[in-house]
Design a protein around this ligand. Sequence first.
Ligand SMILES: [Zn+2]
Length: 247
Amino acid sequence: MLADSHCHLDEFEDAAAQVKKALEKGVVEIVSNSVDLKSMERNLELARRFENVKCALGLHPSNILQMNLEEIERGLEFIEKNIKNCIAVGETGLDFKHAKTTEEKEKQKRIFIRHIEIANKYKKPIVVHSRMARRECVELLEEYSAQKVLMHWFVASDKLLAKVTNLGYFITIGPSVMFSKHMGEFVRKVPLQNLLLETDAPVRYNGKVAEPCWIEKIAETVAECLRIDIKLLECKLEKNFSKLFYA
Ligand SMILES: [Zn+2]
């Protein structure tokens, strides 16, 4: 079984076409992540419409910089109100590429902590964005005792990778593994029991819009990097997906 553990299906004009294409390539689960109130509503709708689409509800750390406190509170309330209809809390975290001032960084931290608390309260996994703030994200997750964690699009030093995997967090590898030798080397360092795949679609890679159906090729590339049989890899990934999202 193949799954796209992290994408933004709601950002496609024709989500139905994406679901169909993914299914044809054996991608039978798609976790669509939210970034703001509108995308949470859209993703809930997609999850209702398609059996193999699940949604994660959250406020993206970059989006919250443009939101006032009232909008943020409304967003957080919305997550709690709809928690039964989502598979995870996300995407949340820190993005220090966009948060430049101390004030902005503190705002992101406060809202990230609120997401961790919601995830803990309802025993949901949390999907974490950690651009230019990897160490800071892991510190907060640890401090606030996050239980089930997916570090999305995560590349780290050996030391931080060891810490994250020892905590039992999962890590997603995305399309970059198909284009970068460095990512091929990194994927070999990730313990198989911590590994999941994602596209972050519709993000762009090498001028192309990523799609959930890319998971098939990403899986092939990862299997080649690890020199293991694709069927064995799929089996491990399925186990990991169930452990994170369904256990
Ligand atoms: Zn994302």
